[in-house]
Design a binder for this molecule. Structure first.
Ligand SMILES: *Cc1c(COP(=O)(O)O)cnc(C)c1O
Length: 236
């Protein structure tokens, strides 16, 4: 199958899942998870209708950015982010989805203030409580969200989660439902503040229909668009 055919099939499946859930398909963004893909593949995906590229690694982002590969699309950063690499992303990517500590949040804020902008971010929540995963604990998310909503260089847009990998094909509904509840609660708490909570990023190739049934507004899809990758840490 071509990337173009894969994109069409995935988009159709997203739309069907939305309709089954009584939701407007337009309310769900398809982000192409482009890790390990070449600049040419990224260009091909954008030509075929991809409007958001999800990048995991700053190094790969820098290469594709220098190549001009993202022209016509936005970039969301979805991988684990080190504080010393924040400067490569702020002001270039439209959303940093993987903010998982107060320290990282403050570094992004100060970089954005230096550039005179506000950087859109999501807080990553470790909803499965896994040792190996990034993300704040669910019970810490609200306090960090309140801080994010108060920082002048930050615009809090919502939450992101990667549920446990062992259950990716089935049974993540409970985690997605918990994420949705957390999203609704935090949205209520930060209302009137400077946040604009409109993004709940969850769902991958194996479980996006389940995520959509539970309120996801952005699914991040790699394998179903580009085929199998060589084995690696998903969050890396
Ligand atoms: C790789 C990756 C995805 C996509 O995973 P697939 O199972 O290939 O669809 C989504 N989110 C993150 C954070 C990723 O690293």
């Amino acid at each position: 199958m071509s990337i173009q055919a894969n994109i069409a099939a995935v988009r159709r499946a997203i739309d069907e899942a939305a309709i089954r859930a009584g939701r407007d398909p337009k309310g769900i963004t398809l982000a192409a998870a482009t890790k390990v893909q070449t600049s040419d593949t990224i260009r091909e995906a954008i030509r075929a209708g991809i409007t958001v590229c999800g990048e995991n690694r700053v190094q790969e982002f820098n290469v594709h950015w220098a190549d001009g590969a993202y022209e016509g699309a936005q970039v969301h950063f979805i991988g684990h982010l080190q504080k010393n690499k924040v400067k490569y992303l702020v002001g270039k990517v439209s959303l940093i989805e993987s903010v998982d500590s107060e320290e990282l949040l403050r570094v992004i804020d100060s970089r954005a203030q230096k550039l005179g902008i506000r950087q859109d971010i999501l807080l990553e929540v470790n909803i499965g409580g896994e040792e190996s995963k990034s993300g704040v604990r669910p019970e810490e998310a609200e306090a960090l969200a309140e801080l994010a909503a108060a920082l002048p260089g930050i615009r809090l847009r919502g939450l992101m989660a990667i549920p446990p990998a062992a259950q990716l094909s089935r049974g993540n509904g409970r985690y997605f439902a918990e994420m949705h509840q957390l999203f609704v609660d935090i949205k209520a708490k930060t209302y009137d503040n400077r946040s604009s909570m409109d993004c709940l990023s969850m769902g991958m190739s194996g479980d996006f229909a389940d995520a959509i049934a539970n309120g996801s507004t952005e699914v991040r899809i790699g394998t179903a668009l580009f085929g199998q990758r060589p084995p690696m840490r998903i969050n890396g």
